[in-house]
Design a protein around this ligand. Structure first.
Ligand code: G3I
Length: 355
C-alpha cells in the first residue's frame, strides 16, 4: 500500500509538472514561501492571508476526537465552519430550549487555534427539529418562532463569529423560490426579515445568503443576483453571497465563476466559496485527480481575481469525513487530503494558486 502510494504520487507529480501545476515539493525549482520562525512551508491559511483572503475548512463534532485530524485542522486553516453543530436541530431541539454544546465546542477550538468562524446556518429547510416540521403554524406564530431562534442564536455567538449563513438554499434550480416551510408560510419576505433580525442581534457579523449550483451564471444564480440587488436597494443588511461550490467532475467546470463573482462584487457585496468539494465517480484515477487539482486551482484563482471574494472554505478537508459517499453512492475522493490524511494533487494545486 505505501509503495503504491509513493508510485502514484511520483506519477502524479510528473503529470502535474507537465501540466504546469507545480507540486510545491522542496525538490522543485520554485521557492516555497516559508514562515519565518521554523522554516516550515507556509500553510494554506498563511498563503491566502498574503492575498488578504482566508482559507477555511468545515468540521463536525464527532471528528474532534481524531487527533491526527485536528492537528491538521488547527494548523492549515484560518476559518472554520461547523458542518452541523449550529443547525436548528442541534441548537433548538425542543421549542425554546437551546443547546450550544456542539457549536460552542467548535467555536472554542477555532479560537484556541486563532481561527475565525463562518457560522452556519440559521434558516434552512433541512435538519429542522420535529417539533418545528410537524407543527401547524400560522404566519404570525412561525414568524415569532423564526425571530426567536435567530435572535437567540446570533446573540449567543455575538462577537465570536465572523459571519452567518443567514438563509441557506432558498431557490430552486430554475430560479423560483424553493417551497419550504418558510416560503410557504411567510412568503419571500422571510429572507429580509431574517437578515434584519440577525443584524439586530449582532451588528458586526457579516450576513450571507448561501446556496449550491450558483457558481456559474444561470437561472439560480440570476435569482440571487436579482434578490441581492433588491435587498440592497431596500437597505436590508446583506453583506455577502456564499457560493457553496459542491462540484462534480462529470458535470464540467463552472467557467463563468469569475464573472459571476464579479457581478456580485459590483453590487457592493462580498462573495465567498463556502463549501467547496470536487467529487468524482470512483475509483479515483490519476487522470481524475489531476483534473480535480486543476479545478481547485482554478476556483481559487477565480476568487483571488475578484476583489470582493473574501475567501475559500472546503467542506471538510479530508475524504475521511466527506459527506459525499453517503449521499452520492459510488462518488467521492472530493477533498485535497485523502482518507489517510495524505495530501493529494489538489492540495498542491491550491498552494500553487495561492502562491
Ligand atoms: O445526528 C444524527 C445522529 O443522531 C444519527 O445517529 C446519525 C445516523 O445517521 O445521523 C446523524 O445525523 C446526520 C448528520 O449529518 C450529523 O452527522 C445525518 O444523518 C446526515 O444526513 C447529516 O448530513 C449533513 C448534511 O448537511 C445534511 O443535509 C452533513 O454532515 C453536512 O456536511 C451537510 O452539509 C450541507 C450544508 O449544511 C449545506 N450545503 C450542503 C452540505 C452538504 O450536504
Amino acid at each position: 500500500m505505501p509503495r503504491n502510494r509513493l508510485g502514484l504520487a511520483g506519477a502524479l507529480a510528473a503529470v502535474l509538472i507537465a501540466a504546469g501545476i507545480a507540486t510545491g515539493t522542496p525538490a522543485q525549482a520554485h521557492e516555497e514561501p516559508r514562515t519565518q520562525a521554523h522554516e516550515r512551508p507556509a500553510t494554506l491559511a498563511q498563503l491566502a492571508e498574503r492575498h488578504g483572503r482566508y482559507f477555511g475548512s468545515a468540521t463536525d463534532n464527532p471528528e474532534l476526537t481524531d487527533t491526527a485530524y485536528t492537528k491538521i485542522l488547527g494548523r492549515e486553516f484560518d476559518m472554520i465552519t461547523p458542518g452541523n453543530g449550529m443547525k436548528w436541530y442541534a441548537t433548538e431541539p425542543r421549542q425554546g430550549v437551546f443547546d450550544w454544546t456542539n457549536g460552542d465546542q467548535i467555536v472554542n477550538l477555532a479560537h484556541a487555534n486563532h481561527q475565525r468562524v463562518r457560522a452556519h446556518t440559521l434558516v434552512w429547510h433541512s435538519q429542522l427539529p420535529d417539533w418545528l416540521t410537524s407543527g401547524t403554524w400560522t404566519a404570525d406564530e412561525l414568524r415569532a418562532v423564526l425571530k426567536k431562534h435567530i435572535t437567540t442564536e446570533v446573540r449567543h455567538y455575538r462577537g465570536k463569529v465572523y459571519s452567518w449563513d443567514v438563509v441557506n438554499e432558498a431557490f430552486n434550480e430554475d430560479g423560483t423560490y424553493r417551497d419550504t416551510i418558510w416560503y410557504r408560510t411567510l412568503g419571500p419576505g422571510y429572507i429580509a426579515d431574517a437578515l434584519r433580525w440577525a443584524h439586530q442581534a449582532d451588528p458586526h457579523a457579516k450576513l450571507y445568503l448561501n446556496d449550491y449550483n450558483i457558481e456559474a451564471t444561470g437561472p439560480k444564480s440570476d435569482a440571487y443576483y436579482a434578490l441581492a440587488k433588491q435587498l440592497k436597494a431596500q437597505h436590508v443588511p446583506l453583506d455577502g453571497i456564499g457560493l457553496q461550490a459542491h462540484l462534480a467532475l462529470q458535470y464540467g467546470y463552472p467557467t463563468t465563476l469569475e464573472d459571476n463573482l464579479r457581478r456580485f462584487s459590483r453590487l457592493g457585496l462580498d462573495t465567498a466559496l463556502t463549501e467547496v468539494d470536487v467529487r468524482m465517480q470512483l475509483p479515483a484515477t490519476d487522470a481524475k485527480l489531476t483534473e480535480q487539482a486543476t479545478w481547485y486551482r482554478d476556483l481559487t484563482g477565480a476568487c483571488l481575481a475578484v476583489r470582493g471574494c473574501v475567501g475559500v472554505t472546503i467542506w471538510d478537508y479530508t475524504d475521511r469525513y466527506s459527506w459525499i459517499p453517503a449521499v452520492f453512492p459510488g462518488e467521492g475522493a472530493a477533498l485535497p487530503w485523502d482518507e489517510q490524511l495524505n495530501t493529494k494533487p489538489a492540495y498542491h494545486a491550491l498552494r500553487e494558486a495561492l502562491r
